[in-house]
Structures are given as structure tokens and as C-alpha cells.
Design a protein around this ligand. Structure first.
Ligand code: G6P
Length: 612
């Protein structure tokens, strides 16, 4: 949540900061601001409620702000409503210090009270302002800026990525990090900080990731990093090898649509390097076969769509491994006193690798002695770095807030991991193993086939977009698929929707079914097709409008009962959700389009959720 960017070089900073913020807007978009320092005009701050375009207009694309050094911020409000005053950057009372912040300062009230008692006047309701005010307070007392930064960092509690400008430091800005992402970008004659690599990729591919407790002084000719004790640190550099165009819309109206269309390629990139001579191999996995055999129990933790990947994983892993697989929302796991010990493998799934609840769950699991394996998309992210093993999903940058290609690649990695473990444990026979591997290789082509049928889905969306409430029903893997399908619809179209295991309908939900209620019936899990049909008949009898999804082999049977039938090719049963999700993503997309919603940036949401 919230995006930070900082630049120092020889070019005018403001346009570069605005460009960087545009790429970070997915992290929060209720307000934005920039601070620039120049010899002529000193410390200038411009900020505004609303989308970045409002700020851009205010500063004429950055042209009205001179200076080659600055920091910028795009906000997802935590403390204080989104308005001009609560927007970042925040200034100290004497206007010599400007701060941008991602995270939450948990003890801000206590610090604020202290500063108020010292006569400091506050302008905003934010937690961030205490950082600017406290820094100015210590600096006034000591005259030592870096010493004061360390004092502030020792005093504040919570999570932060900070960018700090001080009018007494005309050629540098300061950055600090704890439990919120922040990277350093090394350009030619210029340097950067950013919450995410997309903000700097246009200028440099040479980056390093700040560690918790580190402080950086960023100048045009170099970046000096210090550890929590103030000792200089040598950073390891990483090279970002993906193309700038990967983070651009490339002619599509929305990132979400582009990312839906990119799924076959993303899945191909995730699968191909991991199948060699018909066998699944994870060269990056440090876990030995002995260690795999010693796993007593698997626990999956994640949030949002990543949690829904885990739901599919629970069914598939238990089926493949004949071992208990537990799954819990990361936000619940950390406070649940979970039954996890040294024999447990905890699988953390996260696109961003920065979700605070997932990160906290990971640390809790580690404390309990578990081994941690994470499935992550963003290379070098916090969750990836704190795991014993990390399997990357290679989906490329995902910009739309509602995940699509990251979900699909996570699902594939988890299925393949299950297969890999099953081979080691001897819980899968050769015939079944070969059949799944062959279907994995065919999957990208089958996904392309599904995407070709998008007009049918668009037509159904135009027919049903104005329904107020939608129920997704399905059994087993179709139930897990329904959870994600329902989340997709509600998050981007604001239509109320719920997913139910079909067998549960009779225990309550069926009372909500009446004439014209839209039910999306998922019938891709062929072993329970007949049971699914019985539930479809039940809701039909109560007047529901039904859109059904099934496989090619079952479509004729489905058509006998349901008029609107969407189909996906048949594949191995455990892989069917990877095909089934595509029409459901498209349905949500087209419904949201019909309703005129802001598809890539749905209200109240953010892509990277770094608050509890
Ligand atoms: C946010 C995003 C979701 C995502 C969830 C978990 O809510 O909008 O798309 O599934 O966070 O994020 P993660 O990065 O941990 O997968």
C-alpha cells in the first residue's frame, strides 16, 4: 500500500517522479504528492487528493517545479481521510524536512502527544507527520541530521519505507526501511529509490533491495547504505531482465484484460523450464528428497486470491500426497496459535511477496520451527527473501489490482510442486504422472483456446451485468474455483457475490434464490458432475437464471438443463481450475466494463497490502 519514489540526478526531478508514481499507482490511488528541493526555490511540496492526474495537472506535468532532487508518493489512506492535507509528503513545522512514507507508525499517538507538549503544531491527521516533526525536533536539538534520523528510527514502532528530504542537505535524500518494500536503483549520473521496480525500470535495471533497519543516503554520484548500527554496508546488486513494455498497456484498454490475455504465455514460462525429459524438476529447490519424506504436515497460508490458489492446492496436494494439508488465511494464522512445528512445511503464497499479513504469518511459522517454502512472483521481495525455499512464478509484472496471471501461475507452481513431492514420496503411479505432465505441457494451448471464445462471455456479461447479486456454486475443485470467480466479480464490478459449496445450498443459501437470481454453476469437476447437476436443477426450480461452466465432454449433457453454457477443454482433473478460471475472469471483466467501473483500480483496494 502506498507507493514511494525518489530521484536525484541532473534532470528535472518532478516529471521523473510523476512518471514513476504513475507506475506505482496500483499500490494506492486516493491522493498523491511530490517534494522537490532546488537551490533557487528551496523545498517545494505539491500534493492533492484524487488520482495522480489531478496532481499532474496541478504542476503541469512537473514543469512548474524546478530542482533535480525529490521524492514522491501515491497514497492508500490508513490514518486520516484522503484529502489534500493528509496527502504525502508531510512537512515539519519549519518546512525544512519533507517525508514520504509507506507503512504504519503504530506508536504515533504517543509521539504526537510528546511533540504537542513541546509546542509542535500538526497539520494533518496522519501517522506519517510525526516522522517529519520528530526528525525536525531532534535535528534542532543536535544539529546532526543522520544522528537524528537514527534517533527517530529507534523511537518509532511499526512498518515503514521512508523517503526524506531536508533543505540543509541540498544534494541527497535519505531512505530507510523496516517491514515495507524499498529498493535502490542505480542509474548513470542519477539514482533512485522506489517501492517497486516498475517505477525505475525505464531508467535502470541495476537495483538492490534494502533490508530491514538499513538507511541509505542517495546522491547523484552514488548511494551509501548503512545498517541499523550506522556502519556502511555493501549491497548485492540484482539485474532486472524484463522489458519496459511488460509494464505498459500495449494497446489494451485495461491492464487486467492484457494480463488475462497474457496467461498462456505466463503459464508456459512457468512450466517449460521445470519439465525436463518428461519429469518435473525444481532446480531452485534446496529441500532434499529426505527432507521431503520427513514432512509430517503441510500448511498453506496466504491472502486474497493467493489464498484461493491454496484452496485448490489443498484438494490437489491431499489427493497427490495422501498427507494432511491445512490452509488458513494469513491474517488468521498469525493469531490462531496454529498447530505447526518442526515437521511442518508452511507454504506461503504471495504475488507481491510483500503482503504484511502473509509476511507476519511466515515469521510466526518460523518461530514455531516450521520450514518455509514460498511461491512468489516479485523477485527479491521480502517473503521470497525470508523463506527457506522460494519458487518464482515468472508471471512478469502484474499491474491491475485484481490478479489474473499471477493467480494462474501460482496455481501451476503449486500443482507441479505437488507432483514433484508425490514422485519423491511414491504416492503417484507412473501412468497418472505421465498423463498430468503431458496435460501440463498442453495447458497453455488449451488456455489460448478458451481465450478465443471471449465473445460468448462478453455476450453473457451484457445480458446479466445489472444483476445485484450473484451466487457461484460448485463442488470440490469447482468450489475452490468459485471462491476466486466470486472475488474477481465483486472486487472489480462491485456486484455482491458469494461462492458456496453446492452441497451447502440446502443448509441456508437456497433461501436467497428466487426468480431472476443469477447463479453461476461450475461443473468442470467431472467426477461430481451428476451431483453438480442435481444442485443446478434445485436452483433452477426456484427461478434462478443460470450460467453454467463445464468441460467440452459434458456440454451436451449440461445443455439439456441450462441455456447458457460456457465450456473449457477437458484436461486432467487436477488442472481443470486453470482453464475454468479464465472464463470467470473474463465474465467479471466484461460485467465491470458494462457497469463503467474503474477496472484496473477498483475503489478502496490496492494491489500490495502492506498494512494489517
Ligand atoms: C490484494 C490484491 C489481491 C491479492 C491479495 C494478496 O488484496 O488485490 O489480488 O490476491 O492482495 O496479495 P499477494 O501479493 O500476497 O498475493
Amino acid at each position: 500500500m502506498c507507493g514511494i519514489v525518489g530521484f536525484v540526478g541532473t534532470e528535472q526531478a518532478a516529471p521523473i517522479l510523476l512518471d514513476g508514481l504513475e507506475r506505482l499507482e496500483y499500490r494506492g490511488y486516493d491522493s498523491a504528492g511530490i517534494a522537490v528541493l532546488s537551490e533557487k526555490n528551496g523545498l517545494q511540496v505539491r500534493k492533492s487528493k484524487g488520482r495522480l492526474k489531478v496532481l499532474k495537472a496541478l504542476v503541469d506535468g512537473g514543469r512548474t517545479m524546478d530542482g533535480v532532487l525529490g521524492v514522491g508518493h501515491t497514497r492508500w489512506a490508513t490514518h486520516g481521510e484522503p484529502n489534500d492535507i493528509n496527502s504525502h509528503p508531510h512537512l515539519s513545522q519549519d518546512s525544512h524536512i519533507a517525508v514520504v512514507h509507506n507503512g504504519i507508525i503504530e506508536n504515533y499517538m504517543e509521539i504526537k502527544e510528546f511533540l504537542l507538549s513541546q509546542g509542535v503544531e500538526f497539520r494533518s491527521e496522519t501517522d506519517t507527520e510525526v516522522v517529519a516533526q520528530l526528525l525536525a525536533y531532534y535535528y534542532r536539538l543536535s544539529g546532526d541530521l543522520m544522528g537524528s534520523v537514527y534517533r527517530v528510527l529507534h523511537r518509532i514502532e511499526g512498518a515503514y519505507a521512508l523517503g526524506i528530504l531536508c533543505s540543509d542537505l541540498p544534494d541527497a535524500f535519505i531512505a530507510a526501511r523496516k517491514d515495507a518494500p524499498l529498493l535502490l536503483g542505480y542509474g548513470e549520473g542519477c539514482n533512485f529509490i522506489a517501492s517497486d521496480v516498475t517505477a525505475v525500470i525505464k531508467h535502470t535495471r541495476d537495483v538492490s533491495y534494502m533490508e530491514d533497519g538499513e538507511v541509505a543516503v542517495v546522491r547523484a554520484d552514488g548511494i551509501q547504505v548503512y545498517n541499523a548500527m550506522g556502519q556502511p554496508v555493501e549491497k548485492t546488486h540484482s539485474f532486472i531482465d524484463w522489458d519496459v513494455s511488460a509494464a505498459e498497456k500495449g494497446g489494451y484498454e485495461h491492464f487486467m484484460f492484457k494480463e488475462i490475455m497474457e496467461q498462456p504465455e505466463a503459464v508456459r514460462k512457468t512450466i517449460s523450464p521445470r519439465i525436463k525429459e518428461g519429469r518435473i524438476c525444481f532446480e531452485e529447490l534446496k529441500m532434499t528428497p529426505e527432507e521431503i519424506r520427513e514432512i509430517g504436515k503441510i500448511f498453506i497460508v496466504a491472502c486474497g486470491s493467493s489464498y484461493h490458489v491454496g484452496m485448490v492446492g489443498k484438494y490437489n496436494l491431499e489427493r497427490l500426497l495422501r498427507r494432511p494439508v491445512d490452509i488458513m488465511l494469513a491474517s488468521e494464522f498469525r493469531y490462531a496459535d496454529p498447530l505447526v512445528d518442526e515437521d511442518t512445511l508452511v507454504i506461503v503464497i504471495s504475488q507481491s511477496g510483500e503482503t504484511l499479513d502473509s509476511m507476519a504469518a511466515l515469521r510466526e511459522a518460523r518461530k514455531l520451527g516450521a520450514r518455509i517454502l514460498s511461491i512468489v512472483n516479485v523477485v527479491g521481495s521480502s517473503i521470497a527473501r525470508e523463506s527457506d525455499d522460494v519458487l518464482y512464478t515468472w508471471a512478469g509484472p502484474e499491474i491491475a489490482v485484481a490478479t489474473t496471471k499471477a493467480y494462474s501461475t501460482q496455481l501451476i507452481v503449486l500443482d507441479m510442486l505437488g507432483m514433484y513431492f508425490a514422485e519423491v514420496l511414491g504416492t503417484i503411479d507412473r501412468g497418472n504422472y505421465d498423463a498430468i505432465v503431458s496435460e501440463l505441457q498442453a495447458l497453455p494451448y488449451k488456455m489460448e483456446e478458451v481465450l478465443e471464445n471471449k465473445e460468448t462471455i462478453q455476450y453473457l456479461a451484457s445480458r446479466y451485468f445489472n444483476h445485484d447479486s450473484v451466487f457461484y456454486i460448485g463442488r470440490n475443485l469447482d468450489f475452490a474455483l468459485g471462491l476466486e470467480s466470486s472475488l474477481k466479480l465483486k472486487e472489480i464490478s462491485y456486484v455482491h457475490s458469494e461462492a458456496y459449496a453446492s452441497g451447502e445450498l440446502k443448509h441456508g443459501t437456497i433461501s436467497l434464490i428466487e426468480d431472476g437470481t443469477l447463479v453461476v454453476a461450475l461443473g468442470t469437476y467431472v467426477p461430481l458432475f451428476d451431483k453438480a447437476m442435481s444442485n443446478i436443477v434445485e436452483v433452477k426450480a426456484r427461478g434462478a437464471d443460470i450460467v453454467a461452466l463445464t468441460t467440452d465432454s459434458k456440454k451436451e449433457e449440461m445443455r439439456k438443463t441450462v441455456e447458457n453454457v460456457l465450456t473449457v477443454p477437458d484436461t486432467h482433473i487436477i488442472l481443470e481450475p486453470s482453464l475454468g478460471i479464465i472464463p470467470m475472469q473474463l465474465f467479471a471483466y466484461y460485467v465491470a466494463l458494462q457497469r463503467g467501473c474503474d477496472i484496473d483500480k477498483p475503489r478502496n483496494l490496492a494491489k500490495s497490502v502492506t498494512v494489517e
